[in-house]
Design a protein around this ligand. Structure first.
Ligand code: DX5
Ligand code: ZN
Length: 214
């Protein structure tokens, strides 16, 4: 089953709760919350207090994408703030396995992400401990960028590896997803699609989500 996780980076952040309710009503499976620290990526977005206050007002599943250096310093606090799934970057830590362990000890889902330039094979040693792998299809840091087609090969290899091992790991993609690129990534095995601009800038968000899923 295909899941859609709209990224609120592209929404009207002054009306964050209403925007989250709108995509929930439009059929989103979860909400994607992009946390950027100005170090791991050059941009700064939002962090703990925003997620914690949103948590008080919605039961939606929180898919938290940490684009921060040394995520081991903060995963506990993002879980306290309300994250249901915490995805961190392979490139941002010296010890991905222990980050996965911290998240699981707290009873939450754990994901590892790779940037476009990182071979997906690098995370294979940790695959058995992942609930999800996020293959970035743009350079992390900004919404509204164009999809990088070279990502398709990575997704395909990852799907083969997951199936070969008989695992139930989700493959998430993030960056430049619209109805056309959604088709391409689903064809090679992605089953969890993040989209920011395409959904939030659409005049019919339900239709945009349906087009990504179909
Ligand atoms: C980029 C973020 C994405 C971003 C996607 O670093 O991780 O989640 O919001 O935006 P679109 O869908 O507009 O490419
Ligand atoms: Zn993201």
């Amino acid at each position: 089953m295909i899941k859609v996780s709209p990224s609120v980076l592209a929404c009207d952040l002054s009306r964050l709760l209403d925007e989250v309710k709108s995509i929930e009503a439009a059929g989103a499976d979860m909400v994607h919350l992009d946390v950027m620290d100005g170090m791991f990526v050059t941009n700064i977005s939002f962090g703990l207090p925003v997620i914690a206050s949103l948590r008080k007002n919605t039961d939606m599943f929180f898919d938290v994408h940490l684009m921060i250096d040394r995520p081991e310093r903060y995963v506990d606090r993002f879980i306290e703030a309300g994250a249901d799934l915490v995805t961190f970057h392979y490139e941002a830590t010296d010890d991905p396995e222990s980050v996965l362990d911290i998240i699981h000890t707290r009873g939450k889902k754990a994901g590892i992400s790779v940037k476009p330039g990182t071979p997906v094979e690098d995370i294979y040693p940790f695959l058995n401990k992942c609930d999800l792998v996020l293959v970035m299809t743009v350079e992390p840091g900004y919404g509204g960028q164009a999809f990088i087609p070279e990502s398709l090969k990575k997704i395909e290899s990852l799907r083969q590896e997951i199936d070969k091992r008989g695992l139930a790991v989700d493959i998430q993609v993030d960056g430049g997803i619209n109805a056309e690129t959604a088709e391409m990534v689903k064809n090679v095995g992605a089953n969890n699609l993040v989209a920011g601009s395409y959904i939030f800038k659409s005049s019919d968000r339900k239709n945009a989500i349906d087009l990504i899923k179909k």
